[in-house]
Design a protein around this ligand. Sequence first.
Ligand SMILES: [Fe+2]
Length: 427
Amino acid sequence: MAPPTATQTATPAEDDIEQTVRKLAKLKPISHGFGGENASTNTGPQLEYLKILPEPARKRFEKYGIDLSKGYPVIPLPDEIPKFADEAFAIRNKDFPYVEKGKKADPEKKALLGAAKEVRHLTKHIGTEIVGLQLSELNDKQKNELALLVAERVVVFFRDQDLSPQAQLALGEYWGQVERHPQAPHVPLPEREDADEIAKGSGISVIWRKFFNEYYGLSKGFKKKQAAAGWHTDLVHEHQPAGLTHLHNDTIPKTGGDTAWASGYAAYDKLSPALQQFVDGKTAIYRSAHQYIDRANPLKGPKYIEREHPIVRTHPATGWKSLFVNRAMTVRIVGLEPDESNLILEYLYSVYEKNLDIQVRFKWQPTKEGFGTSAIWDNRISQHYAIPDYDVDEDDRHGTRVTALAEIPYFDPSSKSQREALGLSLN
Ligand SMILES: [Fe+2]
């Protein structure tokens, strides 16, 4: 007698699951973590939304030869988007080289700061604005020094920038491997030869609330707006999570649309020595913003990608410790009971969120018409919050974002907190 085939040996229940998995694989991907009930499933270049692209963004793209003829933005095609959690987990799930450019910098940052017209610290503990420099014209020495400045000040701003998407991408690539998102809308650029097999796209993500609202079917109402914003850190579920993120806004509302950042160094320094000792060396589970199907249990509902990282991480350029948690994407502290983990995480989030002295709120408004404004921040040592207080139909906001992925997060037990390293009072 011939040996039984897999189908003959499978139980009816396993058979059903097999078939369900096969059927689900043919479906369109589960929509974005924004979770809009009426999300569009129309992928590829978006002709319909090109019509509502704000004029300053259109002019910038035309000036720099971005081909919008097929539509804008571009959503990866259904067969390019992973449907199952294991497929999405496999994206960049291996070590890749990372060179910390901030470590190569002159600690005094003379090439960068010396060339600026003005250097303004916006608050004592976080945020610096550089006046009189074009990001597109920085040399490598200045780019290294900028990486160090961001590592020290958490976020650095440049107004009045004439910046092409291509130059923004090149700057990100200088700092690390640029993240290419498997689902998110992006700026169309010709396909790169070394493009990742799974995560396609140009690496220039689109940040455009009016499009997000309409495409993902999100509520525009005042009451629900907070759900789409909130304190978070980008891409913490990656094997090598985000380092420097550069958001360039080319279309900025006259009033509103500010962004706030909070310092992870300062959040750590706010903790008592006893609590610092408790969190040092602990790890937590971090999740993705997007959801996928669990192959082993396809009917269970959408599943996030999860990875384990240290709660306190050491920044490779400064050597300072930072509190690496955020309300949106930290699931649980490893080794604690769920109730303990929730209680402690809630307190750690509140340190970031409630201490306004470790935050900066930035108005994007450029001083010269026709120019955009850039913010470059380090996700390893911060959280941010996009404040959705503008009316997208009256006064839109549009930007392009490039993220350089960094090292595998680590905790060096011999590293110091920022205040310790700078010899400041620890009280
Ligand atoms: Fe973000």
